[in-house]
Design a protein around this ligand. Sequence first.
Ligand SMILES: Nc1nc2c(c(=O)[nH]1)N[C@H]1C(S)=C(S)[C@@H](COP(=O)(O)O)O[C@H]1N2
Ligand SMILES: [Mo]
Length: 345
Amino acid sequence: MFIRRSDPSLPRPSEITPESVYLERRHLLKQLGVAGLGLASPGLVAAAGQGAAGARPAPANAYTAIADRGNLPPFLAKALAARQRVTRPFSEALTPYEVVSGYNNFYEFGFDKSDPAQNARNFRVEPWRVRVDGECEAPADYTLEDLLAPHTLQDRIYRFRCVEGWSMVVPWVGFPLADLIRRMRPTSKARHVEFTTLHDPQRMPAQHTDLLDWPYVEGLRLDEAMHPLTMLAVGLYGRSLPPQNGAPLRLVVPWKYGFKSIKSIVRIRFLAQAPRTTWQRMAPEEYGYYANVNPRVDHPRWSQARERRLPTTFFSPNWRETLPFNGYARDVATLYRGMDLHRHF
Ligand SMILES: Nc1nc2c(c(=O)[nH]1)N[C@H]1C(S)=C(S)[C@@H](COP(=O)(O)O)O[C@H]1N2
Ligand SMILES: [Mo]
């Protein structure tokens, strides 16, 4: 995502191969790589995430949880410890923790990929409140503790594809946004959900600049927000979110470009109309409201047919084909039935 200067890591036209049609065959549950849908094998639940101490071999994507730095609020430590752990292998290798937490887009903390890890180091997220308002029956200012209280956290391994052309595989920890939305009881007028990032230049230094039109705002159609793949994340690799990844609460929408996955959320608002999102305000012809990953719809300045799977080096760029809906077409294509995806990009 950039508007002011070009990124040397982006593919040049000469590096792009013709797109090819990819048929997504795997079923949702295999792709999810999650527990918590009532189908988990208990034996594997116990083994995963703990280095597989038992006799059973660890699933391909079991990981050793990363320890949290510093003291977590007790409610969060408890919720993370009680999470439902990875039970199913995911066919692609996880992107190492150092990369997920060291190569970031979070413009509130600077422009370069290494800026957020540097500049968010001392970002304080306690206390944290989330305002829920608009077209719903339970508007209120919730503490993070109250917001999380009824939800059991789950590990979910998802592909993550940035509109700039790089991608990762991340083991998030979170819960379905749909479960929270049901609690808030949207009215019959609600058609969209708007999300807003904290606006506090004292704590987010790049908000002193005009890099973006602050605060960062994103949105989803209500049915997209209610889709079982859409999650609110509070952690990754078994620990709480590092500040540079959007602590303490961020959205994850795996079939959309990464910019939809808004970080450090302080407000969730139900609306009758689509909100005006930050990227639509900045460059409407480049970043649409839907932002579904689509190898057949190029960005005006580059192809979206392929992606670089992190970690990459100059000598091993690790190119792969980008999949329709980032590989989740089976699960989400029906949301867009009858829509012209070139127009509603
Ligand atoms: N508030 C806020 N949210 C944001 C961004 C941002 O700059 N500010 N960048 C977006 C973009 S472009 C991407 S690719 C992802 C990156 O998430 P990650 O750093 O956790 O990989 O965050 C998204 N959410
Ligand atoms: Mo992005």
